[in-house]
Design a protein around this ligand. Structure first.
Ligand code: 5AD
Ligand code: SF4
Length: 452
């Protein structure tokens, strides 16, 4: 561990924590990391705290991608302290995730209630840090060893029907607005054999769908069981051979790392769902260059054409940033044109948020908040129009829904269509079932299905 101090006397807890809660913010990789931390604590005999009950150990698994993340962490810590004072027992607090990586030292200095700060590449050491905290020591670990963490994590024993599997981490792209290359480190790929093994364990533990995760998931490379060098498509073909696994997804991809084999896989592997999340960020080439995106708007559109040729009707999703420094009204209009041309099924759109230490934060021409607000509204209206149109285009189709949870109403179930639409239906089902339904009309967030 990088750094150890002594806890203030009032923070020591003579006996170790009995219950824990992991609160994950931000991306799906944080959700995966949060699950793995929970598994390690389970192995230690620490139990998840019941809904609504205070936990003895709280892990705040933070996100640093956009503004106010650190402020949110401090206010969460304040809330936990207050609740602890009221209950007469302060919880042990660990700050994990990307805010921990970026601002670990500052958190330790500013928040005496925090006894552990652990970065995204070091969380396999959490149990040891908990032991140290119980003994009254504060510790920080923000080391970034490539891939050491995964080998140290316990075997997967339980899984929801839809599971995440981190295959790749980190980013070498250095988009000028983004903190990820600094908080998650350089691109690394986990080994093929370890991933096939983890996927098999997840399926034994109840997973029927696996989403392969990576900041640049399509940059994944490895050597297959015959020693051949393969890309993500090779891994997808290996997962295709796992009996009991019915659906494969992957996210998030970068246009620069796409290869023919991955595009072709969408036509070859029935388990590979007809959905692609491919962020574009802007539809204007000057802005894309200033963002260091390494693709043009045209290049992006041509790439999508190839995917749609391999798997007609596939759903496309994307990420957008409005108000990047220097973005003019005409440049923003190019983003709207690109959106109209693609017809996104789903999308995530954000106002540009200057991140400390990134090149864009120091660029001239920072765009006024009101301008960003207004552009975001126009963009989101267009994106909503298109997602409604996409849902409408699927209405009347029959497809499988993987049931993930009960709905709010009696007899109602909620799951996902192949195109990742949230589908609700009434009928005889259970969590983990694959139910055939005919899709009906869709609202803004979900579609109704009728079992056939
Ligand atoms: N400001 C706004 N949005 C950002 N994203 C990443 N960094 C920033 C930033 N500084 C968005 C991008 C990325 C998604 C995960 O978050 O659209 O694809
Ligand atoms: Fe950030 Fe760009 Fe890397 Fe995505 S590709 S994680 S936006 S630097």
């Amino acid at each position: 561990m990088a750094e150890i101090d002594i806890l203030p006397a009032n923070r020591t807890s003579a006996d170790g924590p009995k219950t824990y809660r992991v609160k994950s913010f931000g991306c799906q990789m944080n959700v995966y990391d949060g699950e793995r931390m929970a598994e390690m604590l389970d192995e230690r005999g620490i139990l998840p705290a019941a809904e609504g009950e205070d936990a003895d150990l709280v892990v705040l698994n933070t996100c640093h991608i956009r503004e106010k993340a650190a402020e949110k962490v401090y206010s969460d810590i304040g809330r936990l302290e207050k609740a602890g004072r009221k209950a007469g027992k302060a919880p042990l607090i660990a700050v994990a995730g990307c805010v921990a990586q970026a601002e670990g030292e500052e958190i330790m200095a500013r928040a005496p209630a925090v006894s552990m700060v652990v970065g995204p590449q070091a969380y396999h050491r959490l149990p040891a840090m908990v032991d140290a905290a119980v003994a009254g020591q504060r510790s920080t670990d923000t080391d970034m060893p490539a891939d050491a963490k995964f080998a140290a994590l316990p075997r997967r024993r339980k899984s929801a029907p839809s599971a995440f599997l981190t295959v790749q981490e980190g980013c070498d792209k250095f988009c000028t607005y983004c903190v990820v290359p600094y908080t998650r480190g350089a691109e690394i790929s986990r080994p093929y054999a370890a991933l096939v093994e983890e996927a098999e364990r997840l399926v034994e533990a109840g997973a029927r769908e696996i989403t392969l995760l990576g900041q640049n998931v399509n940059a994944w490379t490895g050597s297959d069981d015959k020693g051949r060098s393969v890309g993500l498509a090779g891994l997808i073909h290996a997962l295709d051979r796992i009996g009991g696994l019915e659906r494969i997804r992957y996210t998030t991809s970068h246009p620069a790392d796409m290869d023919d084999a991955l595009i072709a896989a969408h036509g070859e592997v029935a388990k590979l769902m007809p959905y692609l999340h491919l962020p574009v960020q802007s539809g204007n080439d000057r802005v894309l260059r200033a963002m260091n995106r390494s693709h043009t708007a045209e290049g992006y559109l041509r790439l999508l054409e190839r995917f749609r040729a391999a798997r007609p009707g596939m759903a496309i999703s994307g990420d957008f940033i409005v108000g990047f420094p220097g973005e003019t009204e005409a440049e923003f209009a190019d983003t709207l044109s690109l959106v109209a041309e693609v017809g996104y099924a789903a999308a995530f759109s954000f106002k540009y948020s200057p991140r400390p230490g990134t090149p864009a934060a120091a660029m001239d021409g920072q765009v006024a908040e009101e301008v960003m607000d207004e552009r975001l509204q126009r963009l989101q209206a267009a994106l909503q129009r298109d997602s409604r149109a996409f849902n409408h285009s699927k209405s009347g189709e029959t497809c499988d829904v993987l049931v993930e949870r009960k709905g709010r109403r009696e007899g109602q179930w909620i799951g996902k269509s192949p195109w990742l639409q949230s589908v609700h239906f009434y009928g005889d089902a259970a969590i983990g079932d694959m139910v055939r339904v005919t899709l009906g009309e869709a609202g803004p967030n979900s579609a109704a299905g009728t079992p056939v």
